[in-house]
Write a protein of this length. Structure first.
Length: 477
């Protein structure tokens, strides 16, 4: 029966005729031979082994050295291997000390400091600093990914806890520096949840830097990278002047003169050749008066200073009118030299001069120069002691800023930006016994750099103003 149960119903279903349109043809399953499967896997293994040295060269080399060492040790004995290793290391250090230092010395130092300094104290320092996070009675700590050492600092790469931000570390750099017995701590953001904590081991800027050699000729003067002194990592500090404006802020005795005179010294051959002209505004009559012979124009009295600035504005506008529709970028020449306007103690003209009309004219001229002068070859280098807005409200028109020693932490934010101290720019903590030390923040960069300007003595300035002595000229820059 059709509706029945059991074997009878099953027999009726199997014996029922199947319509022609319901017939389906299926491909028979062919079993792959085992030898073919093994051969395919063997080929993949061979390809992987061949590509392994290309993909992971250091790992393969390390394994090869380890295996070879075991084989040599078993063949000739441990004493001979130790002797060969020591002798080879000493020979390497003697003949190639730089590479030995990079590949052996600094890596060994990073291993020791990573374990003994950072990983050993990591949890207590972060917990006390408030950088440990808790959730459901569990504690979450940022994790150390690696520790590397340069000649002057340790770089600790850290993976943050999800839900935190690099600003949490930036706000606690003093606690981290003291926690790991470092003179400072700086935070560098590499990516999401990926930061580097930089801890200097020693101060590369502790000793004064003598005046740098004068370039051999005007051909070696690079207005985009004038040598000024030394960076914290030992590199030469270079400052771009062509195509920008520079604000230098610092208290009395902080070293503003070192910054100004280092820039003039680096441009000296171009000044002598007529490719660069410097106009100096010196209300104090104490700093720039030493080198009056080097300047195209010099003024030290209030009205004369304003007239000098207005003259520079007129020259700039005349050049811009000639360039309109013809030239987009300035190239220094004898006809159109690079014009540098140096203002020492600019606050005298913008805030302290008793004549309100002089203050207004000075501020208008400075605003015009800093807003329109870059593209036509005019640069302003302004130095002041007090960076408050009521003293100089044109701070944002200076793309590059140099913060020497300042009185208050808030002044660091005024000069370098609100997040500069979080990135380690503690200009208010600079040692008064280290004039010329500063933090520099360039246009387009969020990370301030610690530098020290070279000290240009009165004798150096006299030599520069009286004609550069050939003996003082260094190499090719």
């Amino acid at each position: 029966m059709l509706g029945g149960k059991g074997n009878g119903a099953s027999q009726v279903q199997h014996t029922a005729p199947v319509p022609a349109h319901a017939v389906r043809f299926t491909t028979p399953v062919v079993e792959t031979p085992a030898a073919f499967i093994l051969g395919r896997w063997a080929w993949r293994l061979l390809a992987f082994l061949v590509a392994l040295p290309v993909r992971y060269p250091l790992s393969v080399a390390s394994v090869a050295v380890l295996v070879g060492s075991w084989w040599v040790l078993d063949w000739i004995g441990p004493g001979v291997v130790s002797t060969v290793t020591v002798v080879g290391g000493l020979a390497w250090r003697h003949w190639h000390p730089a590479s030995f230092r990079r590949w052996v010395g600094l890596r060994s130092l990073a291993l020791v400091r990573g374990v003994w300094v950072y990983r050993r104290h990591w949890q207590p320092v972060l917990v006390v600093s408030g950088l440990a996070e808790s959730y459901l009675e569990r504690q979450y700590l940022p994790r150390i990914r690696s520790v590397t050492c340069s000649e002057w600092a340790d770089r600790v790469r850290v993976k943050l806890v999800p839900g935190t931000a690099p600003s949490d570390f930036e706000e606690r750099t003093p606690q981290l520096a003291h926690g790991f017995a470092a003179p400072a701590c700086r935070v560098e953001v590499l990516g999401p949840l990926d930061v580097v904590l930089e801890f200097p081991r020693r101060d590369m800027l502790a000793d004064p830097i003598p005046a740098l050699p004068v370039p051999a000729s005007a051909d070696y003067v690079d207005l985009g990278a004038l040598p000024m002194g030394r960076c914290e990592d030992g590199r030469t500090w270079t400052m771009r002047l062509h195509g920008t404006h520079v604000l230098v802020a610092g208290v009395t005795g902080a070293g503003k003169g070192s910054v100004i005179w280092s820039a003039v010294r680096a441009m000296l051959p171009a000044i002598e050749a007529g490719l660069v002209r410097v106009r100096a505004v010196d209300p104090k009559r104490m700093e720039l008066s030493y080198g009056r012979a080097l300047f195209h124009r010099y003024a030290d009295e209030g009205v004369a200073c304003v007239e000098l600035l207005e003259e520079a504005v007129a020259d700039m506008q005349a050049r811009a009118e000639r360039y309109a529709g013809l030239v987009r970028s300035h190239v220094p020449s004898l006809e159109d030299p690079f014009e540098v306007v140096v203002l020492d103690e600019v606050a005298f003209l913008t805030a302290y001069h008793p004549d309100r009309d002089v203050r207004r004219r000075a501020e208008n001229a400075m605003a015009t120069l800093t807003s329109q002068g870059r593209s036509v070859g005019f640069a302003v280098v302004a130095a002041l002691q007090d960076p408050r807005k009521e003293v100089l409200n044109l701070r944002n028109l200076f793309p590059d800023k140099v913060a020497l020693r300042l009185d208050e932490a808030s002044q660091v934010d005024m000069v370098l930006g609100p997040d500069a101290r979080g990135r380690g720019a503690d200009a208010h903590l600079i040692d008064p016994a280290a004039p010329g030390t500063a933090f520099v923040r360039l246009e387009g960069s969020k990370i301030p750099t610690r530098v020290r300007a070279a000290y240009v003595s009165d004798a150096d300035i006299d030599t520069m103003a009286g004609g550069t002595d050939e003996a003082s000229r260094g190499g090719e820059g």
